[in-house]
Design a binder for this molecule. Structure first.
Ligand code: ADQ
Length: 467
Protein backbone atom coordinates (compact mmCIF):
# COMPACT_ATOMS: atom_id res chain seq x y z
CA UNK A 1 0.00 0.00 0.00
CA UNK A 2 1.31 3.48 -0.75
CA UNK A 3 2.40 4.83 2.64
CA UNK A 4 1.00 8.10 3.81
CA UNK A 5 -1.51 9.33 6.30
CA UNK A 6 -4.23 6.80 6.95
CA UNK A 7 -7.23 9.09 7.05
CA UNK A 8 -10.96 8.94 6.67
CA UNK A 9 -12.39 8.44 3.21
CA UNK A 10 -9.13 7.74 1.42
CA UNK A 11 -9.14 3.98 0.83
CA UNK A 12 -9.77 3.02 -2.78
CA UNK A 13 -10.22 -0.63 -1.87
CA UNK A 14 -11.71 -1.77 1.43
CA UNK A 15 -11.76 -5.39 2.56
CA UNK A 16 -14.29 -6.13 5.31
CA UNK A 17 -13.91 -9.48 7.07
CA UNK A 18 -14.77 -10.75 10.54
CA UNK A 19 -11.09 -11.09 11.48
CA UNK A 20 -8.17 -8.78 10.87
CA UNK A 21 -5.13 -10.68 9.54
CA UNK A 22 -3.18 -10.18 12.81
CA UNK A 23 -3.02 -11.87 16.21
CA UNK A 24 -2.09 -10.32 19.52
CA UNK A 25 0.59 -12.41 21.22
CA UNK A 26 2.05 -12.19 24.68
CA UNK A 27 5.74 -13.08 24.74
CA UNK A 28 7.27 -15.17 27.56
CA UNK A 29 8.56 -11.98 29.23
CA UNK A 30 5.03 -10.57 29.30
CA UNK A 31 5.35 -8.00 26.51
CA UNK A 32 2.43 -7.78 24.16
CA UNK A 33 3.03 -7.65 20.45
CA UNK A 34 1.10 -8.15 17.22
CA UNK A 35 1.98 -10.68 14.59
CA UNK A 36 0.51 -10.96 11.12
CA UNK A 37 -1.47 -14.16 10.63
CA UNK A 38 -1.17 -15.10 6.99
CA UNK A 39 -3.97 -17.07 5.42
CA UNK A 40 -5.16 -17.84 1.90
CA UNK A 41 -7.31 -14.76 1.58
CA UNK A 42 -4.59 -12.47 2.94
CA UNK A 43 -2.00 -13.76 0.50
CA UNK A 44 -4.49 -13.46 -2.38
CA UNK A 45 -5.42 -9.92 -1.56
CA UNK A 46 -2.06 -8.60 -0.37
CA UNK A 47 -0.66 -7.91 -3.87
CA UNK A 48 -3.84 -6.07 -4.92
CA UNK A 49 -3.95 -4.22 -1.61
CA UNK A 50 -0.35 -3.08 -1.89
CA UNK A 51 -0.90 -1.65 -5.37
CA UNK A 52 -3.54 0.75 -4.20
CA UNK A 53 -4.55 2.60 -1.11
CA UNK A 54 -6.38 -0.23 0.61
CA UNK A 55 -7.75 -0.79 4.10
CA UNK A 56 -8.76 -3.98 5.92
CA UNK A 57 -11.58 -3.76 8.45
CA UNK A 58 -12.07 -6.50 11.03
CA UNK A 59 -12.12 -7.70 14.59
CA UNK A 60 -8.62 -7.86 16.10
CA UNK A 61 -9.32 -11.06 18.06
CA UNK A 62 -9.51 -9.48 21.52
CA UNK A 63 -12.53 -7.87 23.15
CA UNK A 64 -13.00 -4.15 23.55
CA UNK A 65 -11.13 -1.21 22.08
CA UNK A 66 -7.57 -1.90 20.99
CA UNK A 67 -4.89 0.05 19.18
CA UNK A 68 -2.91 -1.84 16.60
CA UNK A 69 0.55 -0.39 16.02
CA UNK A 70 1.29 0.58 12.42
CA UNK A 71 4.21 -1.82 12.22
CA UNK A 72 2.03 -4.86 13.04
CA UNK A 73 1.28 -5.31 9.35
CA UNK A 74 2.11 -3.81 5.97
CA UNK A 75 -1.60 -3.34 5.45
CA UNK A 76 -3.77 -0.52 6.75
CA UNK A 77 -5.76 -2.25 9.47
CA UNK A 78 -8.93 -0.78 10.94
CA UNK A 79 -10.06 -2.60 14.10
CA UNK A 80 -13.76 -2.95 14.93
CA UNK A 81 -14.41 -3.25 18.67
CA UNK A 82 -16.59 -6.14 19.80
CA UNK A 83 -17.49 -6.64 23.46
CA UNK A 84 -17.31 -9.96 25.28
CA UNK A 85 -21.10 -10.38 25.23
CA UNK A 86 -21.36 -9.42 21.55
CA UNK A 87 -18.72 -12.00 20.79
CA UNK A 88 -20.86 -14.60 22.48
CA UNK A 89 -24.05 -13.57 20.70
CA UNK A 90 -22.93 -12.35 17.30
CA UNK A 91 -19.98 -14.69 16.73
CA UNK A 92 -20.37 -17.86 18.77
CA UNK A 93 -24.14 -17.51 18.74
CA UNK A 94 -25.66 -16.30 15.49
CA UNK A 95 -22.65 -16.92 13.23
CA UNK A 96 -21.50 -20.29 14.57
CA UNK A 97 -24.57 -21.61 16.39
CA UNK A 98 -27.20 -20.56 13.81
CA UNK A 99 -25.71 -19.86 10.38
CA UNK A 100 -22.81 -22.33 10.30
CA UNK A 101 -24.92 -25.48 10.88
CA UNK A 102 -27.84 -24.15 8.80
CA UNK A 103 -25.57 -23.46 5.82
CA UNK A 104 -23.81 -26.84 6.19
CA UNK A 105 -26.84 -29.03 5.53
CA UNK A 106 -27.94 -29.10 9.20
CA UNK A 107 -25.00 -31.36 10.09
CA UNK A 108 -25.74 -30.04 13.61
CA UNK A 109 -29.01 -28.49 14.75
CA UNK A 110 -29.06 -24.71 14.33
CA UNK A 111 -30.35 -22.67 17.24
CA UNK A 112 -32.51 -19.62 16.62
CA UNK A 113 -32.36 -16.94 19.32
CA UNK A 114 -33.71 -13.45 18.92
CA UNK A 115 -30.96 -11.92 21.13
CA UNK A 116 -28.31 -13.46 18.88
CA UNK A 117 -29.97 -11.92 15.84
CA UNK A 118 -30.11 -8.50 17.52
CA UNK A 119 -26.38 -8.68 18.26
CA UNK A 120 -25.72 -9.76 14.65
CA UNK A 121 -27.49 -6.62 13.39
CA UNK A 122 -25.58 -4.35 15.80
CA UNK A 123 -22.18 -5.74 14.90
CA UNK A 124 -22.94 -5.71 11.16
CA UNK A 125 -23.90 -2.03 11.50
CA UNK A 126 -20.58 -1.30 13.17
CA UNK A 127 -18.57 -3.00 10.41
CA UNK A 128 -20.55 -1.11 7.76
CA UNK A 129 -19.98 2.22 9.53
CA UNK A 130 -16.23 1.56 9.69
CA UNK A 131 -16.17 0.80 5.96
CA UNK A 132 -18.23 3.91 5.17
CA UNK A 133 -15.74 5.99 7.11
CA UNK A 134 -12.53 4.89 5.40
CA UNK A 135 -13.77 4.34 1.82
CA UNK A 136 -12.89 7.04 -0.72
CA UNK A 137 -15.57 8.32 -3.08
CA UNK A 138 -16.49 5.61 -5.58
CA UNK A 139 -14.23 3.05 -3.82
CA UNK A 140 -14.59 -0.70 -4.08
CA UNK A 141 -15.59 -2.55 -0.91
CA UNK A 142 -15.25 -6.33 -0.68
CA UNK A 143 -17.20 -7.88 2.20
CA UNK A 144 -16.43 -11.45 3.29
CA UNK A 145 -18.42 -14.29 4.69
CA UNK A 146 -21.43 -15.40 6.68
CA UNK A 147 -20.73 -13.24 9.74
CA UNK A 148 -21.33 -10.06 7.70
CA UNK A 149 -24.26 -10.70 5.38
CA UNK A 150 -26.10 -7.51 6.39
CA UNK A 151 -23.14 -5.23 5.70
CA UNK A 152 -23.75 -4.77 1.93
CA UNK A 153 -27.25 -3.27 2.35
CA UNK A 154 -26.39 -1.16 5.40
CA UNK A 155 -23.32 0.18 3.64
CA UNK A 156 -25.19 0.96 0.44
CA UNK A 157 -27.69 2.97 2.44
CA UNK A 158 -24.83 4.98 3.99
CA UNK A 159 -22.73 5.27 0.85
CA UNK A 160 -24.59 4.77 -2.44
CA UNK A 161 -21.46 5.85 -4.34
CA UNK A 162 -19.54 2.65 -3.50
CA UNK A 163 -19.05 -0.46 -5.59
CA UNK A 164 -19.82 -3.34 -3.19
CA UNK A 165 -18.92 -7.01 -3.56
CA UNK A 166 -19.72 -9.85 -1.19
CA UNK A 167 -18.13 -13.31 -1.08
CA UNK A 168 -19.49 -16.27 0.86
CA UNK A 169 -16.78 -18.78 1.84
CA UNK A 170 -19.19 -21.47 3.01
CA UNK A 171 -21.99 -23.20 1.09
CA UNK A 172 -25.24 -21.35 0.43
CA UNK A 173 -28.01 -23.82 1.27
CA UNK A 174 -31.02 -24.86 -0.76
CA UNK A 175 -34.31 -23.04 -0.17
CA UNK A 176 -35.74 -25.97 1.83
CA UNK A 177 -33.11 -25.46 4.52
CA UNK A 178 -32.56 -21.70 4.33
CA UNK A 179 -36.28 -21.09 4.73
CA UNK A 180 -36.12 -22.28 8.35
CA UNK A 181 -34.32 -19.08 9.25
CA UNK A 182 -36.74 -16.67 10.94
CA UNK A 183 -34.76 -13.75 9.44
CA UNK A 184 -34.42 -15.23 5.95
CA UNK A 185 -35.76 -12.18 4.14
CA UNK A 186 -33.51 -9.74 6.00
CA UNK A 187 -30.42 -11.81 5.15
CA UNK A 188 -31.36 -11.94 1.47
CA UNK A 189 -31.99 -8.20 1.45
CA UNK A 190 -28.68 -7.64 3.24
CA UNK A 191 -26.82 -9.49 0.50
CA UNK A 192 -28.74 -7.67 -2.23
CA UNK A 193 -27.02 -4.48 -1.12
CA UNK A 194 -23.99 -5.78 -3.06
CA UNK A 195 -23.47 -5.35 -6.81
CA UNK A 196 -21.85 -8.78 -7.01
CA UNK A 197 -22.49 -11.72 -4.67
CA UNK A 198 -19.87 -14.47 -5.05
CA UNK A 199 -20.24 -18.13 -4.07
CA UNK A 200 -17.92 -21.14 -4.12
CA UNK A 201 -20.11 -23.11 -6.54
CA UNK A 202 -22.75 -22.37 -9.19
CA UNK A 203 -25.27 -24.31 -7.04
CA UNK A 204 -24.91 -21.75 -4.23
CA UNK A 205 -25.56 -18.88 -6.64
CA UNK A 206 -28.61 -20.71 -8.03
CA UNK A 207 -29.96 -21.33 -4.50
CA UNK A 208 -29.58 -17.62 -3.78
CA UNK A 209 -31.36 -16.34 -6.91
CA UNK A 210 -34.17 -18.86 -6.44
CA UNK A 211 -34.66 -17.70 -2.83
CA UNK A 212 -34.63 -14.05 -3.88
CA UNK A 213 -37.38 -14.80 -6.38
CA UNK A 214 -39.43 -16.76 -3.85
CA UNK A 215 -38.95 -14.74 -0.72
CA UNK A 216 -38.26 -11.18 -1.88
CA UNK A 217 -40.19 -11.31 -5.13
CA UNK A 218 -37.58 -9.72 -7.42
CA UNK A 219 -37.31 -10.77 -11.02
CA UNK A 220 -34.23 -12.85 -11.83
CA UNK A 221 -32.70 -14.10 -15.02
CA UNK A 222 -29.80 -16.54 -14.91
CA UNK A 223 -27.09 -14.84 -12.78
CA UNK A 224 -28.90 -11.53 -12.47
CA UNK A 225 -31.42 -10.11 -10.03
CA UNK A 226 -33.37 -7.04 -11.15
CA UNK A 227 -34.27 -4.68 -8.33
CA UNK A 228 -37.24 -2.31 -8.50
CA UNK A 229 -34.93 0.73 -8.41
CA UNK A 230 -33.22 -0.40 -11.62
CA UNK A 231 -30.11 -1.80 -9.94
CA UNK A 232 -28.89 -5.22 -11.13
CA UNK A 233 -27.21 -7.62 -8.68
CA UNK A 234 -25.14 -10.46 -10.11
CA UNK A 235 -24.79 -13.79 -8.24
CA UNK A 236 -21.99 -16.01 -9.54
CA UNK A 237 -19.54 -18.72 -8.56
CA UNK A 238 -15.84 -17.91 -8.00
CA UNK A 239 -14.24 -21.08 -6.60
CA UNK A 240 -11.56 -20.04 -4.13
CA UNK A 241 -8.06 -21.50 -4.28
CA UNK A 242 -4.60 -21.35 -2.74
CA UNK A 243 -1.18 -19.89 -3.41
CA UNK A 244 -0.29 -22.96 -5.47
CA UNK A 245 3.17 -21.76 -6.56
CA UNK A 246 4.07 -20.79 -2.99
CA UNK A 247 3.10 -24.23 -1.65
CA UNK A 248 4.93 -26.00 -4.43
CA UNK A 249 8.09 -23.98 -3.81
CA UNK A 250 7.94 -24.82 -0.13
CA UNK A 251 7.37 -28.49 -0.89
CA UNK A 252 10.34 -28.59 -3.28
CA UNK A 253 12.80 -27.17 -0.77
CA UNK A 254 15.49 -29.38 0.72
CA UNK A 255 14.40 -28.47 4.21
CA UNK A 256 10.87 -29.76 3.50
CA UNK A 257 12.17 -32.96 1.94
CA UNK A 258 14.35 -33.63 4.97
CA UNK A 259 11.54 -32.82 7.36
CA UNK A 260 9.14 -35.13 5.47
CA UNK A 261 11.68 -37.97 5.71
CA UNK A 262 12.09 -37.30 9.40
CA UNK A 263 8.31 -37.40 9.94
CA UNK A 264 8.12 -40.82 8.27
CA UNK A 265 11.00 -42.10 10.34
CA UNK A 266 9.40 -40.81 13.52
CA UNK A 267 6.26 -42.71 12.56
CA UNK A 268 8.34 -45.92 12.39
CA UNK A 269 8.80 -45.89 8.58
CA UNK A 270 5.43 -47.46 7.78
CA UNK A 271 4.67 -48.67 4.28
CA UNK A 272 1.86 -46.10 3.83
CA UNK A 273 0.96 -42.93 5.70
CA UNK A 274 -2.66 -41.76 5.63
CA UNK A 275 -3.16 -38.10 6.54
CA UNK A 276 -6.05 -35.90 7.65
CA UNK A 277 -5.65 -32.17 8.43
CA UNK A 278 -8.61 -30.13 9.56
CA UNK A 279 -9.93 -27.50 11.83
CA UNK A 280 -11.64 -29.54 14.54
CA UNK A 281 -15.19 -29.05 13.28
CA UNK A 282 -18.20 -31.35 13.11
CA UNK A 283 -18.64 -30.59 9.39
CA UNK A 284 -15.24 -32.04 8.51
CA UNK A 285 -16.18 -35.72 8.85
CA UNK A 286 -13.14 -36.72 10.89
CA UNK A 287 -15.05 -39.46 12.71
CA UNK A 288 -16.12 -41.54 9.68
CA UNK A 289 -12.64 -41.55 8.19
CA UNK A 290 -10.99 -42.72 11.42
CA UNK A 291 -13.75 -45.28 11.90
CA UNK A 292 -13.18 -46.53 8.33
CA UNK A 293 -9.44 -46.81 8.95
CA UNK A 294 -9.88 -48.69 12.24
CA UNK A 295 -12.27 -51.16 10.62
CA UNK A 296 -9.73 -51.82 7.86
CA UNK A 297 -7.23 -52.75 10.56
CA UNK A 298 -9.70 -54.88 12.52
CA UNK A 299 -10.63 -56.79 9.36
CA UNK A 300 -6.97 -57.29 8.46
CA UNK A 301 -7.04 -55.31 5.18
CA UNK A 302 -4.36 -53.09 6.76
CA UNK A 303 -2.02 -53.71 9.66
CA UNK A 304 -0.42 -51.29 12.09
CA UNK A 305 2.96 -52.49 10.85
CA UNK A 306 2.16 -51.23 7.34
CA UNK A 307 -0.05 -48.23 7.81
CA UNK A 308 -0.61 -45.33 10.14
CA UNK A 309 -3.21 -42.59 10.12
CA UNK A 310 -1.91 -39.15 11.09
CA UNK A 311 -4.80 -36.87 12.00
CA UNK A 312 -4.06 -33.24 12.77
CA UNK A 313 -7.09 -31.42 14.15
CA UNK A 314 -6.66 -27.84 15.29
CA UNK A 315 -9.15 -27.06 18.04
CA UNK A 316 -11.47 -24.20 17.10
CA UNK A 317 -14.54 -22.40 18.50
CA UNK A 318 -14.04 -24.26 21.75
CA UNK A 319 -16.66 -22.28 23.58
CA UNK A 320 -19.47 -23.63 21.40
CA UNK A 321 -21.01 -26.83 22.86
CA UNK A 322 -21.01 -28.86 19.63
CA UNK A 323 -17.28 -28.31 19.28
CA UNK A 324 -16.57 -29.62 22.75
CA UNK A 325 -18.75 -32.63 21.99
CA UNK A 326 -16.99 -33.53 18.75
CA UNK A 327 -13.63 -33.17 20.46
CA UNK A 328 -14.66 -35.60 23.23
CA UNK A 329 -16.14 -38.02 20.71
CA UNK A 330 -12.91 -38.10 18.70
CA UNK A 331 -10.76 -38.42 21.82
CA UNK A 332 -12.78 -41.50 22.82
CA UNK A 333 -12.58 -43.07 19.36
CA UNK A 334 -8.82 -42.54 19.03
CA UNK A 335 -8.22 -43.82 22.58
CA UNK A 336 -10.24 -46.94 21.90
CA UNK A 337 -8.66 -47.65 18.52
CA UNK A 338 -5.12 -47.18 19.80
CA UNK A 339 -5.82 -49.12 22.99
CA UNK A 340 -7.33 -52.05 21.10
CA UNK A 341 -5.26 -52.11 17.92
CA UNK A 342 -1.94 -50.37 18.55
CA UNK A 343 1.35 -52.01 19.50
CA UNK A 344 4.12 -50.56 21.61
CA UNK A 345 5.59 -47.71 19.57
CA UNK A 346 2.99 -48.33 16.84
CA UNK A 347 -0.27 -46.50 17.43
CA UNK A 348 -2.83 -47.00 14.67
CA UNK A 349 -3.72 -43.33 14.73
CA UNK A 350 -1.33 -40.52 15.52
CA UNK A 351 -3.64 -37.74 16.66
CA UNK A 352 -2.40 -34.17 17.15
CA UNK A 353 -4.26 -31.11 18.36
CA UNK A 354 -2.08 -28.33 17.10
CA UNK A 355 -1.56 -25.67 14.56
CA UNK A 356 1.52 -25.80 12.36
CA UNK A 357 3.42 -23.23 10.32
CA UNK A 358 3.04 -23.50 6.55
CA UNK A 359 6.42 -25.20 6.11
CA UNK A 360 5.46 -27.98 8.51
CA UNK A 361 2.14 -28.38 6.69
CA UNK A 362 4.03 -28.77 3.41
CA UNK A 363 6.27 -31.42 5.02
CA UNK A 364 3.23 -33.34 6.28
CA UNK A 365 1.64 -33.21 2.82
CA UNK A 366 4.88 -34.56 1.35
CA UNK A 367 5.26 -37.22 4.00
CA UNK A 368 1.80 -38.67 3.29
CA UNK A 369 0.86 -41.29 0.73
CA UNK A 370 -2.89 -40.90 1.00
CA UNK A 371 -4.63 -37.71 2.05
CA UNK A 372 -8.15 -38.32 3.35
CA UNK A 373 -10.57 -35.37 3.24
CA UNK A 374 -14.14 -36.38 4.09
CA UNK A 375 -16.27 -33.36 5.08
CA UNK A 376 -20.03 -33.85 5.28
CA UNK A 377 -20.22 -30.45 3.61
CA UNK A 378 -17.51 -27.87 2.88
CA UNK A 379 -17.62 -24.62 0.91
CA UNK A 380 -14.36 -25.49 -0.85
CA UNK A 381 -11.71 -27.20 1.35
CA UNK A 382 -8.31 -25.69 0.84
CA UNK A 383 -6.44 -28.55 2.51
CA UNK A 384 -7.17 -30.83 -0.47
CA UNK A 385 -5.79 -28.21 -2.87
CA UNK A 386 -2.71 -27.60 -0.72
CA UNK A 387 -1.94 -31.33 -0.74
CA UNK A 388 -2.22 -31.43 -4.53
CA UNK A 389 -0.01 -28.35 -4.95
CA UNK A 390 2.71 -29.96 -2.81
CA UNK A 391 2.78 -33.26 -4.76
CA UNK A 392 4.99 -32.10 -7.63
CA UNK A 393 6.45 -35.63 -7.42
CA UNK A 394 3.08 -36.94 -8.72
CA UNK A 395 2.93 -39.35 -5.83
CA UNK A 396 0.22 -39.13 -3.26
CA UNK A 397 -3.43 -40.05 -3.65
CA UNK A 398 -6.37 -37.94 -2.56
CA UNK A 399 -9.54 -39.43 -1.08
CA UNK A 400 -12.10 -36.62 -1.24
CA UNK A 401 -15.71 -36.11 -0.19
CA UNK A 402 -18.19 -35.45 -2.97
CA UNK A 403 -19.65 -32.79 -0.68
CA UNK A 404 -16.56 -30.59 -0.57
CA UNK A 405 -16.66 -27.72 -3.08
CA UNK A 406 -13.21 -28.88 -4.23
CA UNK A 407 -14.74 -32.09 -5.64
CA UNK A 408 -16.16 -30.06 -8.53
CA UNK A 409 -12.60 -29.38 -9.70
CA UNK A 410 -10.61 -32.34 -8.37
CA UNK A 411 -12.51 -35.00 -10.29
CA UNK A 412 -9.52 -37.36 -10.36
CA UNK A 413 -9.58 -37.80 -6.60
CA UNK A 414 -10.93 -41.01 -5.09
CA UNK A 415 -14.37 -39.53 -4.45
CA UNK A 416 -16.47 -40.71 -1.51
CA UNK A 417 -19.80 -40.15 0.17
CA UNK A 418 -18.74 -39.34 3.75
CA UNK A 419 -21.91 -40.92 5.15
CA UNK A 420 -20.98 -44.26 3.60
CA UNK A 421 -18.31 -45.88 5.76
CA UNK A 422 -18.02 -48.94 3.50
CA UNK A 423 -17.58 -46.61 0.52
CA UNK A 424 -14.81 -44.71 2.34
CA UNK A 425 -13.12 -48.01 3.17
CA UNK A 426 -13.17 -49.23 -0.39
CA UNK A 427 -11.83 -45.92 -1.77
CA UNK A 428 -9.09 -45.84 0.89
CA UNK A 429 -8.11 -49.36 -0.17
CA UNK A 430 -8.28 -48.42 -3.86
CA UNK A 431 -5.88 -45.55 -3.16
CA UNK A 432 -3.70 -47.85 -1.02
CA UNK A 433 -3.40 -50.48 -3.73
CA UNK A 434 -3.20 -48.22 -6.78
CA UNK A 435 -0.13 -48.51 -8.99
CA UNK A 436 2.33 -45.59 -9.03
CA UNK A 437 1.37 -44.82 -12.63
CA UNK A 438 -2.33 -44.69 -11.79
CA UNK A 439 -1.61 -42.35 -8.89
CA UNK A 440 0.62 -40.15 -11.06
CA UNK A 441 -1.98 -39.95 -13.80
CA UNK A 442 -4.62 -38.69 -11.38
CA UNK A 443 -2.27 -36.30 -9.57
CA UNK A 444 -0.93 -34.70 -12.76
CA UNK A 445 -4.40 -33.67 -13.87
CA UNK A 446 -5.35 -32.36 -10.45
CA UNK A 447 -2.11 -30.41 -10.17
CA UNK A 448 -2.70 -28.70 -13.48
CA UNK A 449 -6.17 -27.66 -12.29
CA UNK A 450 -4.82 -26.20 -9.05
CA UNK A 451 -1.90 -24.44 -10.76
CA UNK A 452 -4.14 -22.87 -13.40
CA UNK A 453 -6.73 -21.65 -10.89
CA UNK A 454 -4.80 -20.26 -7.97
CA UNK A 455 -5.91 -17.77 -5.40
CA UNK A 456 -4.52 -14.81 -7.35
CA UNK A 457 -6.73 -15.83 -10.24
CA UNK A 458 -9.70 -16.07 -7.85
CA UNK A 459 -9.18 -12.57 -6.42
CA UNK A 460 -8.51 -11.02 -9.82
CA UNK A 461 -11.59 -12.55 -11.42
CA UNK A 462 -13.86 -11.46 -8.57
CA UNK A 463 -12.53 -7.89 -8.62
CA UNK A 464 -12.73 -7.75 -12.41
CA UNK A 465 -16.37 -8.87 -12.37
CA UNK A 466 -17.09 -6.32 -9.65
CA UNK A 467 -15.25 -3.49 -11.40
P1 ADQ B 1 -12.07 -23.78 6.77
O1 ADQ B 1 -13.33 -24.40 7.23
O2 ADQ B 1 -11.16 -23.28 7.81
O3 ADQ B 1 -12.37 -22.61 5.71
P2 ADQ B 1 -10.24 -25.10 4.74
O4 ADQ B 1 -10.70 -24.62 3.43
O5 ADQ B 1 -9.78 -26.50 4.71
O6 ADQ B 1 -11.34 -24.95 5.88
O7 ADQ B 1 -9.03 -24.20 5.19
C1 ADQ B 1 -8.30 -24.49 6.35
C2 ADQ B 1 -6.97 -23.76 6.28
O8 ADQ B 1 -6.37 -23.86 7.57
C3 ADQ B 1 -6.01 -24.37 5.28
O9 ADQ B 1 -5.30 -23.36 4.63
C4 ADQ B 1 -5.08 -25.22 6.14
O10 ADQ B 1 -3.75 -25.29 5.69
C5 ADQ B 1 -5.12 -24.49 7.46
N1 ADQ B 1 -4.96 -25.47 8.56
C6 ADQ B 1 -5.78 -26.47 8.89
N2 ADQ B 1 -5.29 -27.16 9.93
C7 ADQ B 1 -4.13 -26.58 10.25
C8 ADQ B 1 -3.12 -26.81 11.25
N3 ADQ B 1 -3.20 -27.81 12.11
N4 ADQ B 1 -2.07 -25.98 11.28
C9 ADQ B 1 -1.96 -24.97 10.41
N5 ADQ B 1 -2.86 -24.70 9.45
C10 ADQ B 1 -3.92 -25.48 9.38
C11 ADQ B 1 -13.54 -21.95 5.22
C12 ADQ B 1 -14.58 -22.86 4.59
C13 ADQ B 1 -13.94 -23.70 3.50
C14 ADQ B 1 -13.26 -22.79 2.46
C15 ADQ B 1 -12.37 -21.76 3.13
C16 ADQ B 1 -11.87 -20.72 2.15
O11 ADQ B 1 -15.18 -23.70 5.57
O12 ADQ B 1 -14.90 -24.52 2.85
O13 ADQ B 1 -12.48 -23.59 1.61
O14 ADQ B 1 -13.06 -21.07 4.18
O15 ADQ B 1 -12.92 -20.10 1.48
Amino acid sequence: MPRGPRRRATAKLVVVANRLPVDRVTLPDGTVTWRSSPGGVVSALEPVMREQRAAWIGWPGVSGEVEIPDDASDLWLVPVAISESEHEEYYEGFSNGTLWPLYHDLVAKPEFHREWWDAYIDVNQRFAAAAAEVAAKGATVWVHDYQLQLVPAILREMRPDLRIGFYLHIPFPPAELFSQLPWRRQILEGLLGADLVGFQLPGGAANFTRLVRQRVGHRTQRDNVFLPDGRVVTAKAFPISIDAAGFEELARSDATRRRAEQIRQDLGSPHKVFLGVDRLDYTKGIYPRLKAFSELIIEGSLSVEDAVFVQVATPSRERVDEYRMIRDELDRLVGRVNGDLGRIGRPAISYLHMSFPRAEMAALYRAADIMVVTPYRDGMNLVSKEFVACRYDDRGALVLSEFAGAAAELRQAYLVNPYDINGIKSQMMAAYSATPSEIARRMRTMRKTVQDNDVGHWAASFLKALG
